[in-house]
Design a protein around this ligand. Structure first.
Ligand SMILES: Cc1ncc(COP(=O)(O)O)c(C=O)c1O
Length: 444
């Protein structure tokens, strides 16, 4: 084991990262725009604070250090960074402009492509972020049913609709809103039934991630659908993460349960800001009601539409999903084999799906020190480990082999530290703090 350190590249000290980090802290709250990119997510001083450019499965920090990507930039980069066909489509569109007084023709073809790929999609409406369309879905469900309560599970964004239900992050939201967003437990149908029982004739929708890190138990998604429909409510899938990724038609295709509405973002435009709400015509048409409001200046912006058109075409015509599953399977199984070789299989596991899995550490008090040590070892060897793994269409066998070789070294460092009993002393920078998602409270 650990025979691979010789492949370790000389690393340039992170001087520019540090300088940018200090300047950012002075002018940008949290020095970051995204919860999962905050400095506290990483080992400060060891992890780069910024990424300057990327191509395929590789990224470079501002000091010129190269990394293998692991999590597709939190999901969008399904084809790999700066994919040539997407770049060409966007460049061509830039020659012609981006936002106009009337809609651009591309918006029609992209909507048609979505309706052809996604089982529930009869009509499609655009936005820019996952937040936009999950919030729009909740509003449309309430408007179209004339009811108030959304039964929900999982992360759907930062807007009042979602964070009102979590006291720890509900600052700035009127208290009364919490009465209308009710969390349940994934794979626990009784916790959903309870919401229906407590709010007779007032549940507008069950809005859930179709899968989390674990798959749905047999019949769970079907039960959600039947429960919603039996009570006159809608089933809405948040496919911001799984859309076009779990299968060309998303998790609804993969698990063969068709919701009334579904929310899409990340993978649909390979890194350009674009999202969509799709669903049954009858429900989507409620957006045309005189008293319903939804509008966004940049929703039909043409460069992102061009990116979406090119991305969807590749997703339909090339073996993208076979590729990401096969490479993900090799990485996931390879990691678990390495953990067993190091005698650490009860402490760490790569779990989830082949195309999307997490490496976790099961440590008695807190996984922070072990995770920090593992991350430090990975980042200093050129693998941009964050825990979450989503291989891209650009990952090659060489990328997977190299990542596994680095993970072998990381596990060796963890094992040595555990044996010596000094894990917490080994991270050379500030260890990882808590994430926005980890701070999401358990349902009351
Ligand atoms: C399942 C899910 N829903 C919604 C969102 C919010 O999307 P965005 O950050 O694009 O607004 C995310 C973001 O990570 C997500 O994972």
């Amino acid at each position: 084991m650990c025979a691979n350190s010789e492949q370790r590249r000389e690393r340039t000290p992170l001087a520019r990262s540090r300088e940018l980090q200090e300047r950012a802290a002075a002018v940008i709250p949290y020095a970051s725009q995204t919860g999962s990119k905050r400095l506290a997510q990483f080992v400060q001083g060891i992890s780069p604070s910024h990424i300057e450019r990327a191509a395929g499965a590789r990224l470079w920090d501002p000091d010129g250090n190269e990394y293998i990507d692991c999590n597709a930039s939190l999901g969008p980069i399904i084809l790999g960074h700066n994919h040539p066909a997407v770049r060409a489509a966007v460049s061509d569109q830039l020659e012609d402009g981006t936002v106009f007084t009337m809609e651009h023709p591309l918006q029609v073809g992209v909507a048609e492509a979505v309706t052809e790929m996604v089982p529930c999609a009869e009509m499609v409406k655009y936005a820019k972020n996952g937040n936009d369309v999950t919030t729009l879905a909740a509003k449309l469900a309430r408007a179209s049913t004339g009811r108030n309560v959304i039964a929900t599970q999982g992360y759907h964004g930062w807007t009042d609709t979602w964070t009102c239900a979590n006291q720890r992050i509900a600052a700035g939201i009127p208290d009364k809103l919490a009465a209308y967003t009710k969390p349940f437990e994934y794979n626990d149908i009784e916790s959903v039934e309870e919401i229906f029982a407590n709010h007779p004739d007032d549940v507008a929708a069950i809005l859930t991630n179709p899968v989390n890190n674990e798959p749905p138990e047999d019949g769970f998604l079907e039960d959600l659908r039947d429960l919603a429909h039996d009570h006159g409510a809608l089933l809405v899938f948040d496919e911001v993460l799984t859309g076009f990724q779990a299968a060309p038609g998303g998790a609804q295709e993969r698990f063969d349960v068709i919701p009334d509405l579904a929310c899409f973002a990340k993978a649909m435009a390979n890194g350009y800001p674009f999202s969509a709400l799709a669903g049954r015509r009858e429900v989507m048409r409620h957006m045309e009601a005189d008293d319903f409001s939804y509008s966004m200046t940049n929703a039909g912006e043409a460069a992102s539409l061009a990116a979406a058109a090119a991305t969807l075409e590749i997703l339909r015509e090339e073996p993208v999903h076979d590729h990401i599953r096969e490479h993900g399977r090799r990485l996931r199984e390879g990691y678990n084999d390495l953990a067993a070789e190091h005698g650490l299989e009860t402490m760490t596991e790569a779990s989830g799906f082949d195309e999307r899995f997490s490496i976790g550490f099961d440590v008695a008090e807190s996984d922070g020190p072990v995770r920090s040590l593992f991350m430090q070892a990975a980042h200093s060897r050129g693998v941009l480990f964050t825990g979450s793994h989503m291989p891209t269409y650009s990952h090659t066998d060489v990328d997977i082999d190299r990542t596994l070789a680095v993970y072998d070294d990381c596990l060796n460092e963890v094992k040595t530290a555990l044996d010596a009993g000094d894990v917490a002393d080994r991270p050379r920078g500030d260890p990882i703090g808590s994430t926005l998602r980890q701070r999401w409270e358990e349902p009351a």
